[in-house]
Write a protein that binds this ligand. Structure first.
Ligand code: TYM
Length: 334
């Protein structure tokens, strides 16, 4: 059975971009794969963080994984910091990764500008940790949103470089993972600006819909979201990014096809479309929110899921780590 690996950072709430770009796709394909899905709490400290909420955010995210429909019969859920091999492999990869590869990463450059003086080494090293997350599990597929594409390319570059230095010809130590980026939903845009991606770090709460938003909050955000003065909605018109984004949300959340949505909305005014999108969003999130409440009330269950996940992940991760160390010439303790 082919293997899938992916993760999300536990920075506050999950939004529709995280759901439609990543988690929903994990859920949809999980029965065809062996899945390792984790909470990237080591990545979460590459920007200033609040110790008092880190653990709580990790639990919230694990609960959301279950609420979105991850099934433990197919998927192993674990916390990155619980498996120390992630940090250890990062060190080994650090020593074979050229500095300029990291300096050229788009997300590093964007985040570094925002951080100003406070750029730490971890922020630069973020993609190497991500390569370690992935390669420890030797996955076939890594389902992510569009914004992670460059990190996946760097991961593949590290594989090639590692095998080139340390593997025997035709006997690669590390396997090349493939990104799995769906066309629709891979880049959900902000509600307040259709040219910017929906993001956890946008200071405006109005820019995103969170999975745990109440019906009132969803109604308010969609009522106030950016539109344009043109009547009739359409996909794929570069002059109308908001129209494309909101129609795409409606399509994905309603389960209708692109053709159906295009036909249904081509003559609609915004005043008619907004309530439709609002109702569809509220309905789509309702089962997730209900399941979230059920799991939240059972902390013991969640802890047992993460404990089990740690053991299962650790066994695989440690095996890869030992293979990597052996290939690099380390003596492995007996
Ligand atoms: P993170 O936490 O920023 O985002 C989690 C997932 O959500 C996707 N995503 C989006 N998709 C569509 N539209 C958007 N507006 C949008 N915003 C976010 C992201 O592409 C991602 O799939 N570095 C990763 C976490 C990570 C990881 C990994 C992922 C760490 N190690 C190993 C895969 C494999 C991140 O920060 O995702």
């Amino acid at each position: 059975r082919q293997r899938v690996l992916s993760g999300v950072q536990p920075t506050g709430n999950l939004h529709l971009g995280n759901y439609l770009g990543a988690i929903r796709n994990w859920v949809e394909i999980q029965s065809q794969y062996e899945n390792f899905l984790f909470i990237a709490d080591l990545h979460a400290i590459t920007v200033p963080h609040e110790p008092a909420t880190l653990a709580a955010n990790t639990y919230t995210l694990a609960t959301l994984y279950l609420a979105c429909g991850l099934d433990l019969n197919h998927s192993t859920i674990f916390v990155q910091s619980h498996v120390s091999a992630h940090s250890e492999l990062t060190w080994l990869f650090n020593c074979i990764t050229p500095l300029n590869w990291l300096q050229d990463m788009i997300q590093f450059k964007e985040k570094a500008v925002k951080q100003g003086e406070n750029v730490n080494v971890g922020l630069l090293d973020y993609p190497v940790l991500m390569a370690s997350d992935i390669l420890l599990y030797q996955p076939d597929k890594v389902p992510v949103g569009e914004d992670q594409k460059q990190h996946l390319e760097l991961t593949r570059d590290i594989v090639n470089r590692f095998n080139h230095f340390f593997a025997k010809p035709n006997q690669p130590v590390l396997k090349l993972p493939e990104p799995l980026i769906r066309k629709e939903g891979a880049r959900v845009m902000s509600l307040t600006d259709g040219t910017k991606k929906m993001s956890k770090s946008d200071p405006s709460e109005l820019s995103r819909i969170n999975l745990l938003d109440s019906p009132d909050e969803i109604t308010k955000k969609i009522k106030r979201c950016k539109t344009d003065p043109i009547r009739g909605l359409e996909f794929d018109n570069p002059e109308r990014p908001e129209s494309n984004n909101l129609l795409t949300l409606y399509m994905l959340l309603s389960g209708k096809t692109k053709e159906e949505v295009a036909a249904e909305c081509q003559d609609m005014g915004w005043g008619q479309f907004k309530p439709l999108l609002t109702d569809t969003t509220i309905e789509a999130l309702k089962p997730i929110q209900e399941k979230y409440q059920t799991v939240t009330n059972d902390k013991g269950y969640l802890e047992s899921v993460l404990r089990h996940g740690k053991h299962k992940a650790e066994a695989i991760a440690n095996q890869t780590l030992n293979e990597v160390k052996a290939a690099m010439g380390y003596s492995i303790p007996l």
